[in-house]
Ligand binder design. Structure first.
Ligand SMILES: Nc1ncnc2c1ncn2[C@@H]1O[C@H](COP(=O)(O)OP(=O)(O)OP(=O)(O)O)[C@@H](O)[C@H]1O
Length: 288
């Protein structure tokens, strides 16, 4: 498959002089066309900084980013982003269809064609019947489906997703993950998705890039050797899945155990258990 995204020796520093903060350093990786690559890393390690550089929102201090061979020097036309906070990314005064059409206003000529593309993308995410509603009339999961439809309607060369499912309850999250896998299978798209959630990175990804603590650098680039057709129960309990998520937890939890401390494997399990507990808490909070 051809290379869609190339990140070469990327570094970004906020500020200058002694107070400068190095957010990412020496990041090099590629994402191929039609691939879904997940980035997982500790909180504050520089994931959003990396995405902002790829989206052309900030200019990296060092290194270069290319999208289908063109060096990124501003916000690329054929790139779409789905953020975690769907409530702030949709216009409340526009209908669901209006929100999707709005994203097409500079990309697609002709109102009829914009409407057709919006309606098509809404059908991909199962929202064609809600096209005339307003975002505030929809559940959180449905609003995020609108954000996904809006991004897909643009037929982006690259879809960036920044913690896209972190603000919904656990069941909705699983539904949205499956929706993303299905839409990708049926319509093809190149996706770079950032998540805190190790299980989610393995469940969704063709590859998982594991980042170090701040400043972020790549500690592992792991292929996910699972079938394209995935299932929340069977896939997540398969030995390959468990092995990979344990390996990632170990990489993120990278330190030698002190005398009397648990072995790395049980430390990794503890880390995963803590992560699951945090997710459950978050899910309870977002369900309230
Ligand atoms: N505009 C900014 N000015 C100065 N420092 C910044 C700025 N944005 C981010 N940082 C710092 O850069 C580091 C990386 O931040 P970034 O938001 O990229 O991390 P992250 O991995 O996305 O975090 P999280 O997982 O919590 O969302 C952090 O220490 C943060 O405080």
């Amino acid at each position: 498959m051809p290379t869609m995204l190339e990140v070469r020796e990327l570094a970004h520093r906020y500020g200058t002089g002694p107070g400068a903060h190095v957010a990412v350093e020496d990041l090099t990786f590629t994402v191929h066309q039609d691939e879904l690559a997940c980035i997982v890393g500790p909180s504050g390690c520089g994931k959003s900084t990396l995405l902002r550089c790829i989206a052309g929102l900030i200019r990296p201090t060092e290194g270069e980013i290319s999208l289908h061979g063109d060096v990124v020097r501003g916000v690329p036309d054929d790139l779409a982003v789905v953020f975690q906070d769907y409530s702030r990314s949709l216009f409340p005064w526009l209908s669901v269809r209006g929100n999707v059409e709005f994203a097409l206003r500079t990309r697609v000529r002709g109102r009829t064609e914009r409407r057709r593309r919006a309606q098509e993308a809404l059908s991909w995410v199962g929202l064609e019947a809600s096209a005339s509603k307003y975002p505030w009339q929809l559940s959180g999961g449905m609003q995020q489906r609108v954000s996904i439809a809006r991004a897909l309607a643009c037929q982006p060369a690259l879809l960036l997703m920044d913690e896209p499912f972190a603000s919904v309850d656990a069941q909705t999250r699983a539904d949205l993950e499956d929706l993303l896998l299905r839409v990708r299978r049926e319509h093809g798209s190149t996706v770079l998705l950032v998540t805190h959630d190790i299980d989610e990175s393995v469940y969704l990804g063709d590859r998982v890039l594991v980042l170090s603590k701040s400043p972020a650098s790549i500690v592992a680039d792991l292929p996910v050797d699972l079938p394209a057709q995935r299932d929340q129960i069977t896939t997540r309990s398969s030995p390959e899945f468990v092995k990979l998520r344990t390996e990632i937890a170990r990489l993120l939890h990278d330190r030698a155990p002190a005398v009397g401390e648990p072995e790395p494997s049980s430390a990794a399990e503890k880390f995963l258990a803590a992560e699951r507990a945090e997710k459950e808490q978050q899910s309870t909070r977002s369900g309230q």
